[in-house]
Design a protein around this ligand. Sequence first.
Ligand code: CA
Length: 239
Amino acid sequence: MPEHILLVEDEEKMARMVELELTHEGYDVSKCPDGLTGLQCAEANDFDLILLDVMLPGLSGIEMLRRLRKSKDVPVLLLTARDEVVDKVLGLDSGADDYITKPFAIEELLARIRTALRKSAAAKATGADPGTAATGDKPGNAVLTLGKLTLDAGRHLVAYDGESVELTPKEFELLRCLLENKGMALTRDALLDKVWGYDYIGETNAVDVYIRFLRSKIDEKYGIKLISTIRGIGYRVEE
Ligand code: CA
């Protein structure tokens, strides 16, 4: 049975393009042009995944998601514009599983959809909370430290010198991966594999973008140099 995806997007041209591509890939697609009908549609049906534009007329994507989360744990991928401060938005704990910045390559969107669907299926199979399923197969719930930085994998908390650092799920996974291998240089490909999954076929540039997010939230904020760029290879964390 084909997976059923709800697309909530007010830009008609964009909605039609995405619908066409998804249908071509074998998904069933329903469309809603605004947040309110999107919410009603999402509450009334069991979708396998929701693609949710952030800037919507009436009810914003974030507000729609917040309301939807009271009743549904369907995976949600946010579609955001480049100039929107997505990390802050996600930091509000709106309950999105991932986000993709417009304009995006359709291959990247498809890869993100596959990853989200796979994680959701894995979570259902184990009865786990889909929000933590991605980390379910990783060793333990260790507390990782580096200088004043601590990452509590079990409680999903990051702090610097006792002060909480708000990270999105992907930023958290990336930092965790770096900390688990502290002192070692990790290639962009290795980070992509570990954080985004083996079937991720987007651009390795995603790693650089998320490293930038982490640097702005940790290195720049606290005036330290935690994440080093290893030219031609990738990244390493060290004190
Ligand atoms: Ca929009």
